[in-house]
Design a protein around this ligand. Structure first.
Ligand code: PMP
Length: 317
């Protein structure tokens, strides 16, 4: 995993203006620092043969606006304006491939839980970020555990919102997994059904059928998850979504995580028990290849998932 500061870029979009990276700061009295009042997105821009392209940009911006709605955050920018701002921040930083982080925060300097008077600020940030769980992980798969931490119960922290505060739960899952020598943890929902990883959705393959957990299991409705479901249907693979008993993890022929950062990462063991033959299986490989191929422009963009970023012509000297 590359360090964020290694990938530092020059400008950040802040409420309609491109400002120097160093100036995109918040005060320590900001509401978000004390009460976790932020919502965000994670998006990737890929280098394709016809230039940089942002993957499923409109869907990510829509989910950001949904997160704002859930938390009653007044958003002054429209979907189209945020799409344009994202393209602008990639172009202005002259990036070819990058990770994008739109974040909406409650700022100001007024304490108290009530967020409604705190000003809302929106930032669009771009930086370089390689394979989330590492390149070896993408090729060979990762070793994971089932976490002792559960995802939020219904009616507590809404998981359809991609809110900063939800990631305290994710951090507990990930820290426990890392402390025990695993790459990632799989959290169960409050009823004991499988939910997802700390920052990824989960898929299994059994008898040629692709399964993933449903919205009733406290997942974030992942955009990579949606892309993988579409790809599987395109490939004629039977898909099922819904509740997944924990023991299915032990019976799976194949298993993988999906996420913007993690892309399609194979899982080779759970709690030290091998998944299938302990290496990425054929369906996982085929889906990974198709996903990376569409994102990188090697396969046709049949679903219209790519938003091109204009590249400034460099004039020869
Ligand atoms: N679940 C969680 C908790 C996540 O943080 C993410 C990453 N955003 C995902 C699932 C995958 O979502 P997406 O495919 O939209 O990146």
């Amino acid at each position: 995993m590359s360090d964020r500061t290694n990938g530092r870029t020059t400008v950040i979009w802040r409420d309609g203006q491109l400002i120097p990276w160093e100036q995109a700061t918040l005060h320590v009295m900001s509401h978000v620092v004390h009460y976790g009042s932020s919502v965000f997105e994670g998006i990737r821009c890929y280098e394709t043969p016809s230039g940089p392209a942002v993957f499923r940009l409109r869907e990510h911006v829509r989910r950001l606006l949904d997160s704002c709605k859930i938390y009653r955050m007044p958003m002054r920018w429209s979907l189209d304006e945020l799409v344009q701002g994202t393209v602008d921040v990639v172009a202005a930083n002259e990036l070819r491939a990058c990770y994008l982080r739109p974040v909406v925060v409650r700022a100001g300097e007024q304490m108290g839980v009530n967020p409604l008077n705190a000003p809302v600020e929106t930032f669009l940030i771009a930086w370089h970020w390689g394979a989330y769980l590492g390149h070896t992980a993408m090729a060979e798969g990762v070793d994971v555990c089932v976490s002792s931490w559960r995802r939020p119960a219904p009616g507590t922290f809404p998981t359809l919102a991609k809110a900063g505060g939800n990631y305290l739960n994710s951090q507990l899952t990930l820290m426990e997994a890392r402390a025990d020598g695993y790459a990632e943890g799989i959290a169960l929902d409050s009823f004991g059904y499988v939910s997802e990883g700390s920052g990824e959705n989960l898929f299994i393959v059994r008898d040629g059928v692709l399964w993933t957990t449903g919205l009733e299991s406290a997942i974030l409705q992942g955009i990579t998850r949606d892309s993988v479901l579409a790809i599987a249907r395109d490939m004629g693979i039977e898909v099922r979504t819904g509740r997944m008993p924990r023991e299915l993890l032990l019976l799976a022929d194949e298993m993988f995580f999906t996420g913007t950062a993690a892309e399609v990462t194979p899982i080779r063991s759970v709690d030290r028990q091998s998944v299938g033959e302990g290496k990425p299986g054929p369906i996982t490989r085929a889906i990974q290849d198709r996903y990376m191929g569409i994102a990188g422009g090697r396969y046709p963009d049949a679903h219209g998932w790519l938003t091109p970023v204009p590249v400034r012509e460099t004039v020869g000297v």
